[in-house]
Write a protein that binds this ligand. Sequence first.
Ligand code: NAP
Ligand code: GDD
Length: 344
Amino acid sequence: MKHALITGITGQDGSYLAELLLEKGYEVYGIMRRKSVVDYGNVGHIKDKVHFIYADMTDLVSLVNAMRISQADEVYNLAAQSFVATSWEQPIATADIDAIGVTNMLEAIRTVKPESHFYQASTSEMFGLVQEMPQTEKTPFYPRSPYGVAKLYGHWITKNYRESYDMFACSGILFNHESERRGKEFVTRKITDAVARIKLGVQDYVELGNMDSKRDWGHSKDYVRAMWLMLQQEKPDDYVIATNETRTVREFVETAFTHVGIKVEWRGYGVDEVGINKENGSIIVKVNKQFFRPAEVDVLLGNPKKADTELKWVREIPFRELVTRMVDNDMSLVAEEIKIANLK
Ligand code: NAP
Ligand code: GDD
């Protein structure tokens, strides 16, 4: 039986990856941060099947300990301060976790079990101000946020340990992937949660930032399969994982509202743009400058050809299904919230 260690197991990807590895018969270990109230995040439903180890990416000793306990054959480094906007507010913490944290994990592996296979959660944010369309493994990087810069360090240190110490270390350059488990500050979940609340009459409108920003959105469940595939290859390498489709935030909003039977009509431009419910004329989307970023990544579009060819990775959940799954899930959650509030 193979042993896997997942950092960031309580997050979106960590939870889907843990499910996948359990299905495949792995002994799954996950690192968790100590909090004043114990919180299993997205893995509460499988907590009895996972071995949890208290550790932190900024504490090398704790990661060495996690390696000693787990004796992991495969290490998936998914832990990160992953919200781009917060990286301007906490640039040092972001660098400690997302950059130096990767070296900590690699050193822990080197100390305890250097033959372990290592996956680093790299990101399309490294392309930032994109230098070509679409982006591939060969596209030059130009990060646009402290998060992107920190992740670029993580990416290169992974490559460097592969070349310096012959470690089986891979980076997945994953484009945006979302799900029913996505944190509510990310734009997709913020939208689907708001759509459910507006539809069910407990919220009037949603305030968003840059509506023209374009992202290549897939589903997390498809993307964790690619992580696993990378660690099963003969040789370690880096791969872009994406859908090769890009859409604006505005299109995401329209698709989500359409699914609950609301047609949006757009009026005005920039910060004055509003989305109107065509049926009753009420404003359901506003733009608020507060949600704009100091430097923006205007467009991301990834070409996953190398992953298709070498990993035989296939995306199973198309864009519309991603949106409808998220909206349906939020409709159920909000309906349940309303039911409980009415019982009080
Ligand atoms: P997420 O939901 O925000 O999960 C992040 C995880 O990291 C959480 O489990 C969090 O634990 C943990 N963490 C944060 N700081 C830590 C620390 N100091 N020590 C230990 N654990 C810590 O993120 P995600 O969407 O699943 O993304 C997974 C990884 O892929 C991240 O590295 C992200 O940067 C990268 N990525 C994501 C995407 C995407 O579109 N989702 C695309 C490309 C790359 P707590 O529960 O304690 O907060
Ligand atoms: N969060 C948020 N909130 N974003 C908004 C809003 C809003 O109200 N309005 C517009 N946006 C725009 C952002 O400016 C950005 O251009 C786009 O929507 C997506 O924002 P996020 O959903 O926060 O994701 P991200 O693209 O910045 O980062 C995610 O994807 C990266 C991969 O490209 C995160 O998951 C990162 O961890 C990941 O590396």
